[in-house]
Design a protein around this ligand. Sequence first.
Ligand SMILES: [Zn+2]
Length: 407
Amino acid sequence: MTEPDLTQQEPKERMAHPIRSLRELVDFVAGKSLPPLTPEEGRITEVLPFPYLAIVGQHEMKLALLLGLINPNIGGILLIGPRGTAKTTAVRSLLDLLPQVDRSTCPYGCLPEDIETGGIDAVCPDCAKKYGEGQPLTSPDKVRLIELPLNARIDDVVGGIDERAAVHERMRVRRGILAQADRNLLYIDEINLLGDDIIDSILDASAQGSYTVRRGPIVATYRSRFVLIGSMNPEEGRLRPQILDRFGLRVLVRGLEDASERLEAYRRVQSYLANPRQMIGQFSAEMEVAASEIISARERVNKVDIPDKVANPAIKLVQRMGIDSLRAEITWFESARAYAAADGRDEVIMDDLKAVAPMALRLRRSQFMNEYFKGQLGEEKELTLLLGGFGKNSASKKRAKQTSKKK
Ligand SMILES: [Zn+2]
């Protein structure tokens, strides 16, 4: 083995120059040029994710996915673009950057929060005993990437009767993909091709953070708090407007326009295929820094504040754009808070809002609703006129009656 051992050096020392923030890191690594690699021979191919920061260009996509890791309140990310633009690669490459969360160690998913809100009976007897003894009900675990296959059936998604268990013992509901996705990332490629019943159950679970399955006499409720990542190729079918609205950030992913960027992208893919370990090693220092930046940004984000002087002009802009959905500013502000946290600040400034505005606001305006409201104007005017005179006499009579009663 002639590979240099990169792990013995401190990550920050190995980098060409100091990086101040996650944003700078993303920009810096995108422009890094690599020495040629020696091909690796005779090794069994392992599934090693392509280094996230090694993806050339696609700044907005890379940023959106990182913001989703920092602040799950952003409400999901939709990647829209043709095939071969590294959408799936980018999502799978997040694997080495995923932070840790506290996860229930119990098969029923009991959490200390359950006891705080619902008392000791809100958890199973085992967990109640543990809690009484002062033992933890959760342990830290890495966030996982759960992929929903396109051929998934509704029973796979929400869970169904466990047929094998049903034969031997009493009937049990099998945990579905949505329950497995709790506190994880849920990735759906070609989301526009998924059946309506499946999409609806995913969006409901994502909005409520939990869902209930009823199968005959059995009722089971599962936690399902996940960051939804969807990708779609608009050539292959459109997404219903109500689904589009449920996604926080919408990223348009185009092919690389710059010829030198395309060449660099090719070189990196080629190095990765030739010798994945060595290629990953060339980016491991930056990946380690990025992973620790994400952890500190996640800790900071809840403290980040948006002052009124920044929020008010933003809301006016949303209104000027003719966007009705409140999700526009929720996503916009939540992603700006994540952006400020990634930059190590506790307060959102205008530049943060500007940086994330296109992702949060595009594809929100509804041509249909604008025309619908315009067409409705005549009737609204008529209603206002009619209502102007409506009930005036009866209301004054009623008032007169009440005052006479008091006397
Ligand atoms: Zn339990």
